[in-house]
Design a protein around this ligand. Structure first.
Ligand code: SF4
Ligand code: SF4
Length: 287
């Protein structure tokens, strides 16, 4: 039986890029992360993950949010100089608590995730993931996640994906499909590994059109994100690295898309009634 044990020494080595997190977490950590939408493939054996959009009997598409930064920094923006996570006291994103498991992958394939990550460049040498059952450090046995913290974080992350599917990601996925003759064509445009990233603006438009309160929440978020993007681009210009240029163009594209969304949200009019969809979204997104 595939079993893996896990012990983290908080060396920070795997915090080498910004994490995936829900839009609720992005709103919460708006002072830390620049948000974007990530569209990627999910493969499954028998049961499709409920948080993904099924394409055929082996492939699905996941639409989630992701923090975005210059790859040249080779670190998560929340990682401190001492290698620790600055969000520890505030509560890390669930995807990070679930590490080294991947909530986007079905439980029957987590052993493959761990096998790959135990050899991956971001982790190698740390030996925090070990095959076998170490006493007190057992993470996974077969398809069962033994560690309660990781199991709970996996569940919360997947629940967030399902709730946000209702609130915004279905609308974004439907918009994506309008550009393609079929879901298979959309799949063919995605990289084999990793994600295609786009601006977060379509998600904010989907959320903001639900109610005046949500529109105002999204406009406030847009203003904060615009300022963060400006600061991030200014730092990149100071670094004077050629390999930062494509990311600077992407950041500027994100800023333009945010301003487009802001104009639309500012011009929206709303009735006096709150729909059930708006109520659910407000409960989910407003602390
Ligand atoms: S590489 Fe391993 S030991 Fe280091 S922070 Fe990541 S999980 Fe922890
Ligand atoms: S949020 Fe914290 S735990 Fe997650 S990748 Fe960033 S530094 Fe690491």
């Amino acid at each position: 039986m595939n079993a893996y044990s896990f012990e983290c020494t908080a060396c920070g080595k795997c915090c080498n890029s910004p994490p995936a997190l829900s839009i609720r977490e992005l709103f919460r950590f708006r002072d830390v992360f620049i948000g974007c939408i990530a569209i990627g493939r999910v493969r499954y054996h028998a049961v499709p993950p409920p948080h993904a959009f099924v394409v055929d009997d082996a492939n699905a598409i996941i639409v989630t949010t992701l923090a975005f930064d210059y790859a040249s920094t080779a670190r998560c923006p929340a990682l401190m100089e001492n290698g620790l996570c600055s969000l520890h006291a505030r509560g890390k994103p669930d995807q990070c608590i679930a590490v080294p498991l991947d909530p986007l992958v079905t439980d029957d394939l987590q052993h493959a995730v761990l096998a790959q990550r135990s050899r991956g460049a971001g982790w190698i040498g740390e030996q925090c993931i070990k095959p076998g059952e170490d006493e007190g450090a057992l993470l996974l046995r077969g398809i069962e996640i033994i560690d309660a913290n990781a199991r709970d974080a996996m569940q919360r992350r997947r629940q967030a994906l399902q709730i946000e599917r209702e609130i915004w990601s279905t609308a974004v996925f439907d918009g994506l499909l309008r550009d393609f003759p079929s879901p298979r064509h959309a799949l063919s445009m995605l990289p084999e590994e990793g994600y295609r990233t786009i601006a977060i603006a379509p998600a904010l438009l989907a959320i903001g059109c639900l109610s005046r309160v949500l529109a105002e929440l999204c406009i406030t978020y847009i203003d904060g994100q615009t300022a963060m993007i400006e600061r991030s681009v200014a730092r990149a210009i100071e670094r004077r690295r050629l390999d930062d240029r494509p990311t600077t163009q992407t950041m500027r594209g994100f800023a333009d898309a945010l301003q487009y969304a802001r104009r639309h949200l500012s011009a929206m009019t709303f009735g006096t009634e709150t729909t059930s969809a708006a109520q659910r979204a407000e409960e989910w997104l407003i602390d």
